[in-house]
Design a protein around this ligand. Structure first.
Ligand SMILES: Cc1cc2nc3c(=O)[nH]c(=O)nc-3n(C[C@H](O)[C@H](O)[C@H](O)COP(=O)(O)OP(=O)(O)OC[C@H]3O[C@@H](n4cnc5c(N)ncnc54)[C@H](O)[C@@H]3O)c2cc1C
Length: 585
């Protein structure tokens, strides 16, 4: 009754209001968590409880936001990395969403997926028979969202093309992928200049697993041009008696009978009061890449030495928990027009609402061979490295074996024209962001052994592998080549930072000063790989060595897709639903 009255899943605020047992207990009402909860409760057969540390905020605050207010402490966690030695000891703010909807509520809404060789790499790292290759993930990408093509005016004026075969259009799906109804005319010369760059591929649709120059949709409802996210798609308007959510409660650890998960222990936020709930079928951890390893480690699943240091009884020595951490890294190369105010196109007027533009919708997503003739040198240098030198001392041999497998795969991707190593978003103004879409330095996210319940210790280990520096140098050089395009000649673009004359060691020094080692796309702390390779979950996303315990969120990605991560998280959740249902029979 209560559920129906509010028009969304039943929100509980006190532990005393929850039932003693549910079929599925999901930890985290974020991007993956709400997708799972909706799908698993849809047929009414199973009772689902979601436990969320944060609280629901007004629809309007979130729906209207376009990712620019992500620093608002009311909707994000307050976590900082440890000082990064290769970044002049700077720390980095670790931004993740703290509200019902998780990071999907505060992200930049760029809605893209990686390329075919990248997901084929996920399968390669999974071992023989893996179904996480391109063919095995595409149906779930299609299932995850409802695609709205651009308006005719947008398509005509801005050359927006798409391929409906790689998108879903289920009318029942409320997670929308849409284009804005307004384009910035000055972006057109940028499109033309990029299209003329040497060997630049222009796929019909970037969602078809190919690199190149393309327009991408954003996660936006094109009826009101508001944010579309896990809450609007999988929570609002869904009134089911078997779908409960309790907010403002923190899951501390998983309860076990032997190695079979039986429920979770949780507490009202900022208290030590202990509450428990039973999971009759499964516990599913969807707490995101930063907190999922903390919950596992605090439950006795993780690197043995670390657990012993924290005085946590070891249930399963699983060395990969919290390791393999990766994120995209970026910096801004600043330019200004030396003459005039730049291209303002007189022959195009675009009607619509400029405020519909969220993240960038046009960009070049390109492979290293498209960027530089030196790709082979970089790939060979990378291959010749001794992997052990680039991981923390005392790294477990299984994690090292995994890193070696990454290296083999990454070396292949470095030579592929269909793997995105650089994202250069185009905004219609000179210069801007260059983003490394793969990093070869792996970091760690571990509990603080002195205080395991406090926020975990995040170490990007940025630039610990010098190949990431080599690639960032190439990114900057590519921006410079691009700004030399004849389209921009009349306005004489001038590089203001670092400055065109800055090269060599000076350029590297500048990179260390300004690099941002995250685009808030953390992954891989519970990587889907065999245990012998430092993996945490198997192909069914079950935690190695346990029963009835799965991880379903960004942390299971073994390798960064050359794309912002939300669409991959939705895909993972949709695929997980089928894996979970296969075990219901
Ligand atoms: C600022 C920002 C900008 C971004 N921009 C883009 C973009 O433009 N495009 C794109 O594709 N991706 C973007 N991303 C990344 C994308 O949003 C994430 O990869 C994705 O949403 C992660 O989903 P998740 O389910 O793994 O985790 P989340 O969505 O973060 O969900 C985890 C949930 O678990 C809860 N939780 C954690 N610990 C506990 C606990 N102990 N007990 C109970 N609950 C807990 C959290 O509060 C949270 O609600 C961005 C992310 C951020 C933060």
């Amino acid at each position: 009754e209560e559920a129906t009255r509010f028009g969304h899943a039943k929100i509980l605020q006190r532990g005393s209001q929850i039932d003693e047992a549910y079929d599925y207990v999901i930890v985290g009402a974020g991007t993956a968590g709400l997708t799972l909860a909706d799908r698993l409760s849809a047929d009414g057969k199973y009772a689902v409880l979601v436990i969320e540390y944060c609280y629901p905020i007004s629809d309007e605050t979130i729906a209207r936001s376009d990712g620019r207010n992500f620093l608002d402490p009311g909707i994000s966690y307050n976590i900082s990395s440890i000082p990064q030695v290769n970044m002049n000891n700077r720390k980095q703010a670790v931004i993740i969403g703290c509200c019902v909807g998780g990071s999907s509520a505060i992200n930049g809404m760029v809605f893209v997926r990686g390329t075919k060789p990248e997901y084929d790499g996920w399968a390669e790292l999974g071992g023989p028979g893996s179904t996480w290759n391109w063919e095995g993930v595409l149906p779930y990408f299609k299932k995850a969202s409802h695609f709205n093509p651009p308006t005719e005016e947008m398509a005509r004026n801005f050359n927006v093309t798409w391929n409906p075969d790689v998108w879903g259009q289920d009318p029942a799906n409320k997670l929308y992928a849409s284009y804005p109804n307004y384009g910035i005319p000055s972006i057109i010369p940028f499109y033309k200049a990029m299209a003329k760059m040497r060997n630049m591929p222009i796929p019909e649709d970037g969602a078809s697993g190919k690199s190149g120059l393309f327009w991408n949709p954003t996660s936006m409802d094109n009826k009101n041009y508001w944010r579309s996210y896990s809450r609007t798609a999988h929570f609002d308007g869904i009134a089911r008696k078997n779908y409960h959510i309790i907010t403002m409660h923190k899951v501390k650890r998983i309860l076990f009978n032997g190695t079979t998960a039986t429920g979770v222990q949780f507490s009202p936020r900022d208290t030590d009061q202990i509450l428990t709930v039973i999971a009759k079928r499964e516990v599913i951890i969807s707490a995101g890449t930063v907190h999922t390893p903390q919950i596992l480690q605090n439950s006795g699943i993780g690197p043995k030495d670390l657990l012993q240091q924290a005085k946590i009884p070891v249930l399963i020595d699983l060395p990969g928990v919290g390791q393999n951490f990766q994120d995209h890294a970026f910096l801004s190369v600043n330019y200004q027009w030396g003459v005039g105010t730049g291209p303002v196109l007189s022959n195009i007027t675009q009607s619509g609402n400029a405020s519909t533009i969220a993240g960038p919708n046009l960009g070049a997503w390109i492979g290293l061979p498209t960027m530089t003739d030196d790709f082979e040198k970089i790939a060979s240098r990378y291959e010749s490295q001794d992997a052990a030198q680039y991981l923390p001392k005392n790294t477990h041999l299984t994690v090292l074996a995994g890193y070696r497998a990454f290296k083999k795969l990454h070396a292949k991707l470095l030579r592929s024209t269909d793997s995105n190593w650089l994202w250069l978003p185009l905004f219609g103004t000179p210069g801007g962001i260059v983003m490394s879409m793969h990093v070869v330095s792996h970091g760690t996210i571990n509990i603080d052994p002195e205080n395991p319940d406090a926020e975990p210790i995040v170490d990007y280990r940025a630039l610990s592998n010098p190949i990431d520096m080599d690639i960032m140098v190439e990114n900057i050089r590519y921006m410079r080549k691009f700004l030399k395009s004849e389209e921009f000649a009349p306005w004489k673009p001038t590089e203001t930072a670092p400055g065109i004359e800055i090269e060599g060691e000076e350029l590297r020094e500048w990179i260390r000063k300004v690099l941002i080692p995250t685009n808030f796309h953390p992954i891989a702390t519970a990587a889907k790989m065999p245990k012998e390779m430092g993996g945490v979950v198997d192909e069914q996303l079950r935690v190695h060595g346990t029963k009835r315990l799965r991880v379903v969120d960004g942390s299971i990605m073994p390798l960064l897709p050359g794309a912002n991560t939300q669409q991959s998280v939705y895909m993972i959740a949709e695929k997980a639903v089928d894996l979970i249902k296969a075990e219901q029979r």
